[in-house]
Design a protein around this ligand. Sequence first.
Ligand SMILES: *Cc1c(COP(=O)(O)O)cnc(C)c1O
Length: 332
Amino acid sequence: MNLSRFPRRRYTPGPTPVEKLEALSKALGGPNIYIKRDDLLGLAGGGNKTRKLEFLMGDAITKGADTVITCGAVQSNHCRLTLAACIKEGLKCQMVLEQRVPGSYSKDASGNNFLFELMGVEATHVVDGGADLLGKMTEIAEELRKQGRKPYIIPGGGSNEVGALGYVACAQELVTQLFEMDLKIDNIVLTSGSTGTHAGMLTGMFGVNGQIPITGIGINRRNDRQIPAVFDLVSRTSAKLGLANPPKLEDVTVFEDYIGDGYSRPTPGMVEAVKTFATTEAILLDPVYTGKTADGLISLVKKGYFKDSENILFLHTGGSPALYHYKADILP
Ligand SMILES: *Cc1c(COP(=O)(O)O)cnc(C)c1O
């Protein structure tokens, strides 16, 4: 795989660390748990969208854009990082914020919301849950074009075949790193949300013939919609790369048991997992994504889904800036 064919900006100086979680592994009494610290990626607050934005901003800049329009939930990490990337590149940024939980937007809210204001977002457009986000972004883009500006639309979560290249690159980075560390990983557990991370890692793992299975934990959609969505992006990304041996539908594994009542709604398992990672390893998770994913990881370990002799890698996709907004759910 030659990823240098695609325009890319760099926002992180080197590979993110892979560390063994000794205390957590011991506390759970199962396999060895390792972590890849994508929460330490570059741009304000870090997290997985930084990798996608390297390729998305590369594409936007190549196309001569002066403004990026994107969308997300009211506490969106993706919107925070897109804004941060735009500031670095000298582009303007506008966001469409979807109130997936009715009444959840407040201009004065903490967490990512505060950072949108602090970093000086050009405009936020708040819409109701289920609204046509692409339609709204297209409308804003039309308006900007009439003013002579050059808008570039990034879809929710940065999850298209350009953004997914960021996680194809991560798979490549990881297998090189594991070779250097002389470490064999048997399974990778990650969040399966807007699919760019899951689809990119799976496609990249096939691209480098890395042969490490990927286990997704759903945080939003049920599997009847999530699995086809992941596979669709796997197919588009594999085609973009011209992969000779792309992943098949049966290579897409997702567990839907940790979603609870829906996107961003707290679950008891998430609260336990956030506390467990904080108290055993001083690692901060977030309530919406990595907390539910860690709940899935811990539950699968306890159910004996992995062998005790195995090495399992948890991909920490970030999100800790949102944690502060959810204090009342974690320590009421
Ligand atoms: C967006 C996000 C995810 C999910 O990644 P997708 O590529 O959308 O599936 C996971 N963790 C955090 C912290 C995120 O912000």
